[in-house]
Design a protein. Structure first.
Length: 298
């Protein structure tokens, strides 16, 4: 018994096993990653995205006519995702302009190369944020498979981590920023604000997500994100959101060891999901020419 107590004390004191803080930037990156993998059609009950990291959510939405607006309007749904989206759009525009100035490529060639460079840049961000989100290494293998509803359900359960409020610096003062306020959704956060830590997994949705106001005419709509996620998970997966949140709460409180992938009963879906995302082939067998950092998949 004494030996066990000593071992537990030693394990608790080892900093190498401490969980890394999750930051606002990670919320934005993982949110955009989710949009790039999933686009749920509520009527058809199916995913309309291609399940690969190619930034199709930006570059292919509306036949590419909304690139400079960030593509899918979902990418402007909150300040964290919007800020990442706009950073990527600016990166793309800069790379494309530089290529055109060289006068060695056509407009189409410049677009293709700039998009490839933007996806590669994004993949570096995804890798870092995934590892902070899960405290696990990013997959070093890829799967040529379709993404599943179970995987989307797990991503929805991770809404536990979404901050209802963050502190921002405006007008030389520290202000509280309500993330779900649609009037603030298209706010570009500063690098300092993006690096602010958010509350770790606690098994609860922040209050702000239980009554999100969605503008509409003649009257706005009030949605409960937790209820929406709960319904999707119950109908489309073999999991239960309440149970998943209980596991996340325990994971968040556990003082040593552990990563989300292996600690929870559902975390392995995350590893599979991102292994599919980096695959260099789509499910139909065609090549993913945009993700030039993808590894060969099987």
């Amino acid at each position: 018994m004494k030996i066990l107590s000593v071992l537990l004390l030693l394990l608790c004191s080892l900093p190498a096993f401490a969980k890394k803080p999750i930051r606002v930037v990670d919320v934005g990156v993982m949110g955009l990653a989710s949009h790039d993998l999933f686009q749920w059609n509520t009527q058809a009950r199916e995913n309309e995205e291609n399940g690969r990291f190619d930034l199709s959510t930006i570059f292919d939405y509306a036949d590419g006519t909304r690139i400079h607006q960030g593509g899918n309007p979902k990418n402007s749904s909150n300040a964290a995702v919007y800020s990442i989206t706009q950073n990527l759009v600016s990166f793309y525009a800069g790379k494309k302009a530089a290529l055109l100035m060289s006068r060695t490529v056509t407009e189409e060639q410049a677009h293709i190369i700039a998009r490839q460079q933007t996806v590669a840049f994004f993949m570096g961000m995804v890798k870092e944020s995934y590892e902070r989100f899960t405290n696990a290494r990013f997959p070093d293998y890829a799967l040529a498979q379709t993404v599943t509803d179970d995987e989307q359900g797990v991503m929805r359960a991770l809404h536990d981590i979404l901050p209802g409020k963050i502190y921002v610096n405006r007008n030389l003062t520290r202000e509280v920023f309500e993330v779900t306020d649609f009037r603030l959704a298209m706010t570009q956060l500063s690098p300092t604000e993006m690096m602010k830590p958010v509350k770790f997994y606690d098994g609860k949705y922040d209050e702000e997500y239980l009554h999100v106001v969605v503008p509409g005419f003649p009257n706005p709509t009030i949605i409960n994100l937790q209820a929406i996620d709960q319904s999707f998970i119950a109908e489309q997966t073999n999991y239960n959101l309440d149970d998943m949140l209980a596991e996340l709460q325990f994971y968040g409180q556990f003082p040593f060891f552990g990563n989300l992938v292996h600690f929870t009963s559902f975390g392995y879906h995350l590893e599979n999901l991102f292994a599919k995302g980096i695959c260099n082939k789509y499910v139909d067998g065609s090549q993913n020419t945009w993700n030039t950092v993808a590894v060969e998949c099987y």
